[in-house]
Design a protein around this ligand. Sequence first.
Ligand SMILES: [Mg+2]
Length: 434
Amino acid sequence: MEIREITDGKKRYLELLLLADEQESMVDRYLREGTMFVLEDGGIRGECVVTDEGGGILEIKNLAVATDSQGKGYGKALIEYVARRYAQSFSVLQVGTGDSPATLPFYEKCGFVRHHVIRDFFTDNYDHPIFDGGVLLRDMVILRRELVARPQSAPQEMPEQIARTTEMEKKMIDFNEKKGFICDMDGVIYHGNRVLPGVNEFIEWLKSNGKEYLFLTNNSGYTPRELKQKLARMGLDVSEEHFYTSALATAAFIKDQAPGCSAYVIGDSALLNALYDAGVTMNDVDPDYVIVGEGKTYSLDTLTRATNLVLAGAKLIGANSDISGPVEKGIAPACRALISPIEMATGKQAYFCGKPNPLMMRTGLKLLGCHSAESVMIGDRMDTDVISGLESGMTTVLVLSGISTRETLDRFAYRPNVVLDGVGDIVRAANGLL
Ligand SMILES: [Mg+2]
């Protein structure tokens, strides 16, 4: 077997020449490492990301077959292998593919049904030389296939090698060489109103070393000014331009997709302000978009209006796909739960802009003026922070000061570049003390 590393603009591929009986083991490696790969002989190129947000969904992204290998059943073989292997752990297998007459019948034969379509998306992901000059995908279809259902609480059976993260943890990154840092807040900077250990030192290190940085939250209900004040109350001095929310990511996405468009918005003033700043006008008669975030304007009246506007053709957008969030006495439904009545009533699926959509990291990097290869994503969650950093090509740091533990880390088929106890360890690593 030969392995060659190819750097193609923003992305890194492993190009492999395999014998037929080696293919299964390479699929394992690919699932384990989350890297992209090319099987020259089999002609399969793909990126497989396992997501488990309580929905038990296994997802294959960007599966494509090289032009001269099409029609030989390699793609189907990969899908069948993945389905067989993970049927005990996941209830749904999901594949994103181009909306083309050539590929859809193939997926139907494999038992997939159309779930939803993302318009004008992923146009630049298929430009590798093996694809005969590139396949330009205008639309992406999300297809789903039921696997053998099993209770979600049951432990997943992951191969032993996936659980082995020790070697990876020892390999330290040179943080001095990195220019941009995108840092999740809850569970990384603070817990409730308590600042976590090492945070002051980390912020001082960012400032004194001239790093570009953003503090990020999926909540669309706070403006950068409110976040600055929240941190100031905890004794942390961070100015407004260093905050980044799913409201800002949503506004950047809408501005990029349809400059000067109009929207009907259910959400707080932070979301409205971000959209106004992006040149979006408010319209409750015939808007281009219906946009939903967290907020107190949510009611049966606003839901009913939103439902009818979506039925009349408005595109449905969610600021983030969080299902719930903590409040003082338990949890409160968050954006994804709030938007679902509109989805159910209209039969249309929303598109979500916040984490884990890597779009949020890409627009964040644009704000920082940094390339993904010179930037680091720091977060406390594998299923949102690490996955979106990884999918946008950044170096990923999982801190154990929040949600994820070493045990939950092992449940995922992808891994962060490094695992640290908290952000204070970044300063220690940068000073050669770790
Ligand atoms: Mg967090």
